[in-house]
Unconditional design. Structure first.
Length: 278
């Protein structure tokens, strides 16, 4: 028999590992000296230890390994465990590949601009959200601004603060459209069947912003002459990270445009739903 240090050297593991496996009941010493407490192992235990190490290398936990060593799990059950582990590792690989693309994109940004200030794109998801909005087609940006102001002012007057959340502008990008096709309104803190007349025949109706699994987002101050640079930054990021646009762009006003910062200064988050490019 071998003392624990000798057996650890033969097996190429640490004595600490062997003591831990002993505590868990995975690999008991063949003999423990009652007076000294020294652990002794037989070379016949090496195949069992190698099985533990091999199963750990496959990604199984020690809790999963224990019944396997005692033949308490069938081949079909083992196959199922390994299939789940494979799926988990595939997901982790996809996540790491995505992270690598983001790193490469940031390096490219530094090479182009000499820094990283100004435009940090963050990937998010969004749940389905109750939405009180109107649909409109605007000819010019001035008309868009007037409509957004009208909705913001009416909403802040007429929608209870406990129900009203963020002001949204959702831009539909239908090909060939000659007008700006928009949904303008407020996300709500809970579902509501309310409607809201703001001026003439303009009515905000209850609906829902659909869930988005992946969206590229960026935060910028207000809607002003420099806004296009933020959109360009998101577009560059989408292209560099091999995504494509997968739905209408959203602009979320993080601050009230009726406040001191105004329409030109309130923080806005631009959100582009995206998916991996085909």
């Amino acid at each position: 028999m071998f003392r624990i240090g000798e057996f650890a050297q033969i097996a190429q593991v640490s004595g600490r590992q062997l003591r831990f496996y002993d505590q868990l009941g995975l690999l008991r010493p063949t003999h423990t000296d009652a007076q000294t407490g020294y652990r002794y192992y037989s070379i016949q235990q090496l195949p069992r230890l190698n099985s533990i190490l091999a199963l750990k290398e496959l990604g199984l936990s020690l809790e999963q390994i224990a019944p396997l060593l005692e033949k308490e799990i069938s081949p079909a059950e083992l196959r199922g465990m390994l299939t789940m582990k494979r799926a988990e590792l595939q997901r982790l690989l996809r996540d790491e590949e995505t992270r690598l693309r983001h790193i490469e994109s940031r390096i490219a940004q530094i090479d182009r601009q000499g820094g990283i200030e100004g435009y940090d794109v963050v990937v998010k998801s969004a749940p389905p959200t109750p939405f009180l909005s109107l649909h409109c087609a605007c000819e010019t940006m001035d008309e868009v601004v007037r409509m957004v102001r009208a909705v913001a002012e009416a909403g802040e007057r007429q929608i209870k603060p406990a129900l009203r959340d963020k002001l949204f502008v959702v831009a539909h990008n239908d090909q060939g459209a000659e007008t700006l096709d928009l949904d303008i309104g407020f996300s709500l803190t809970r579902p509501s069947n309310a409607s809201l007349r703001i001026a003439g025949d303009l009515v905000l109706s209850a609906g829902e912003l659909p869930a988005v699994q992946t969206m590229a987002t960026i935060v910028r101050p207000g809607t002003n002459a420099e806004s296009h640079t933020s959109f360009g930054a998101v577009g560059s990021w989408i292209e560099a990270n091999r995504y494509e646009v997968d739905g209408p762009c959203r602009e979320v006003f993080l601050e009230p445009i009726t406040g001191p910062t105004g329409f030109e200064g309130a923080l806005v988050e631009i959100q582009f739903p995206v998916r991996p490019a085909a």
